[in-house]
Design a protein around this ligand. Structure first.
Ligand code: MN
Length: 298
């Protein structure tokens, strides 16, 4: 079974992977069998839009290691609480970035007074060896650099637009990374860093990527060596990329690691938290009215 479908040379189309999780439609853009990572990006779920009155977000405290969670909303609000004591509501156009390092726990829920739609992208960035055993951290960026290019409004979530180092996001990046939200209203030639590989995630309407029509849910993969890509449409897209990641990662549930032993240790440590209730040295404690999320059977 192949993820990739026929595409023009230099462009690889990674097919949509749709599922319904608790009443919410989720499109998994990453990982794909042929591309476990694009740069350091190792997970990308597009969720919603959903009516928050019937499908509120209620994700109880759960752990992470070895990754950064990057939350981006198109509509609605989510309240993030974590074991560092962070308590932050995120809104469209803002960025929540949590670094797990050796261990963190967090919960995400719709505020009780939330109405309307909830719609967004949940992304993970794999941490390099240099930082993945480090301390957890949390950042909220209410303001991000924006660029108005001919044919597109671009918000720089992480990194910068190639050739425009002035408009660099203040969001932490542990390895060379780019993350752009692209609001297309025509045709744009988006500069790229040739040292990076990229994925163009097509969100809500077809986008012509270098002239090839890409349907929503599909990711167009661009190998390193590209100085630009042409996007054309009336649509929302996300461009994720970075230097090809330094290592092959092992992903298990909410953990990003390198070896089976590392994953087993993390599972055992969280199982102890779930069994005992309360907190732990590794994952801390999240103040949340929601119950702890146990790992699924392995
Ligand atoms: Mn999480």
């Amino acid at each position: 079974m192949a993820d990739a479908t026929d595409a023009r040379p230099g462009l690889e189309l990674l097919a949509a992977n749709r599922s319904v999780v608790g009443g919410t439609e989720v499109v998994r853009h990453l990982p794909k069998r042929t591309h476990r990572t694009v740069g350091p990006w190792c997970f990308a779920d597009h969720f919603g839009p959903d009516d928050v009155a019937t499908d509120p977000m209620t994700v109880g405290p759960h752990p992470h290691i070895g990754l950064q969670t990057v939350t981006w909303l198109y509509a609605g609000e989510v309240r993030h609480t974590d074991s560092l004591g962070s308590d932050q509501v995120i809104r469209p156009g803002q960025l929540n970035l949590m670094t797990a390092g050796k261990g963190v726990a967090h919960a995400e829920q719709s505020p009780p007074d939330a109405t309307g739609e909830l719609h967004g992208m949940q992304l993970w960035v794999a941490q390099p060896d240099a930082t993945r055993w480090g301390s957890p951290a949390f950042e909220h960026h209410a303001e991000l650099p924006r660029a108005e290019l001919p044919g597109a409004d671009v918000t720089v979530m992480v990194g910068s637009i190639a050739g425009s180092p002035g408009a660099r996001s203040a969001a932490r990046a542990d390895s060379p990374t780019v993350g752009l939200d692209v609001g297309l209203r025509g045709r744009v030639e988006l500069p790229l860093d040739p040292a990076f590989e990229h994925g163009v995630l097509v969100v809500d309407a077809p986008v012509a990527v270098d002239g090839q029509v890409v349907e929503p849910g599909t990711t167009a993969y661009l190998p390193p060596g590209r100085a630009s890509v042409t996007l054309d449409g009336d649509a929302r897209a996300m461009v994720l990329g970075g230097a090809p990641f330094e290592a092959e990662i092992l992903m298990s549930w909410n953990f990003v690691a390198r070896t089976r032993d590392e994953v087993d240790d993390a599972h055992a440590a969280w199982a102890e938290v779930v069994a005992d209730g309360g907190g732990s040295e590794r994952f801390g404690e999240v103040r949340s009215p929601l119950g702890l999320v146990p790992a699924p059977p392995r």
